[in-house]
Design a protein around this ligand. Structure first.
Ligand code: ACO
Length: 322
């Protein structure tokens, strides 16, 4: 018997039906398809409709992940939802998801680490499984950023989209190479004002909006993500050449390309969804994973590198063999 580790056993995703193209934004916002594509790689985004909430989208993605693994809601020990846009301050999105799925046991909680939320949640779930506190976990990112965007700020409105992604982790102590190899987390609150939401629960007279110093965030992103990628590979005695797939947080094609160049990974080894999903914050990595597993690009045995940076600043990386 070897030590416990976490297998990625199921994958799921949900995107709202409504697609908003750059051209549609340009009908009422002082922007253009050309500007948005050139600076970000984004062509369109999905936006939540009346019935889409952080809970409903998370539950849809979770159901898919369980189906993929052939598991039932009662098999799940832990539900962790990474979100910066919960429907309510409490109860957590996670316990609402438990109820939506019909779970009668286990435990759930939300985690806030902005765009790095999925890497943080994956790390927490992996720790619960390695320590034996949980035998399985749903790790979900679910975001409705359209509800915190300032419609008068073209510098941020065009960058984000809504959606949810989920991964189902199960515990194994059998010999083998598959599973999460390691996760690495960082934050530095001195940069809290580079990307933030200017309000909190209870300020009914003033809706809260996302604010960002895009240039500064960009500058930090490429450097911090590159060192995070080096860190996770070194921790596992691996090199850039061992990586089969980069599944990065999808903020901006220029940031993704910058990290891929550092890894000397050709574009066909990088999963990109930012063109169609825009930045879905904590949902972006599990949505991209789900897409690439289901369309047959990522296969069992592949070494997958994930990385993200977001408000906090928070950043981190994870390496897994499928
Ligand atoms: N359409 C047209 N023009 C625009 C738009 C827009 N949507 N937004 C800004 N502009 C204008 C500005 O007003 C400015 O005009 P000016 O020169 O007349 O003043 C000009 O474009 C340049 O603005 P900058 O903000 O300097 O543009 P920049 O080249 O830095 O690109 C961007 C902006 C795309 C946001 C870039 O800074 C970036 O990608 N930053 C990373 C931030 C990010 O991705 N954040 C997501 C969350 S964090 C994360 O997930 C990593």
């Amino acid at each position: 018997m070897t030590a416990k580790r976490s297998l990625l056993s199921g994958f799921g995703g949900y995107l709202p039906e409504r697609i908003v193209t750059n051209d549609e934004l340009a009908t009422w916002l002082d922007t253009s398809d050309e500007w948005i594509r050139a600076r970000t790689g984004i062509a369109q985004r999905h936006m939540a409709g009346e019935g889409d909430t952080a809970v409903s989208m998370a539950a849809q993605a979770a159901r898919q992940a369980l189906d993929y693994a052939g598991a039932r809601p009662d098999d799940v020990d832990a539900v962790i939802v990474a979100t910066s846009t919960p429907d309510q301050a409490f109860p957590s999105t996670a316990v609402r998801v438990q109820a939506e799925l019909g779970m009668t046991g286990g435990f759930g909680f939300d985690l806030a680490a902005a765009c790095s939320g999925f890497i943080y949640a994956l790390s927490m779930a992996d720790s619960l499984i390695r320590s034996g506190q949980a035998r399985s976990a749903l790790v979900i990112g679910s975001e409705v950023y359209s509800r915190i965007l300032d419609k008068s700020d073209r510098g941020t409105y065009v960058l984000f989209g809504d959606g949810a992604g989920a991964v189902y982790l199960t515990s194994t102590d059998e010999a083998g190479e598959a599973g999460i190899l390691s996760t690495h987390l960082h934050s530095d609150g001195r940069y809290g004002d580079l990307l933030f939401v200017d309000g909190a629960t209870g300020q009914h007279d003033k809706p809260a909006h996302l604010r960002m110093n895009g240039r500064e965030v960009f500058r930090h992103a490429v450097g911090k993500l590159s060192s995070s990628v080096d860190e996770v590979l070194a921790a596992n005695g691996l090199t850039h050449a061992d990586v089969n797939w980069l599944v990065p947080h999808q903020a901006n094609l220029r940031i993704i390309d910058g990290v891929a160049r550092k890894l000397a990974l050709p574009p066909e080894r990088v999963v990109v969804t930012v063109d169609r999903h825009a930045n879905t914050s904590a949902a972006s990595i599990p949505l991209a994973l789900n897409e690439a597993v289901r369309d047959g690009r990522i296969n069992r045995g592949d070494l997958v590198l994930m990385e993200a940076l977001g408000g906090g600043l928070t950043w981190g990386s994870a390496l897994a063999r499928l």
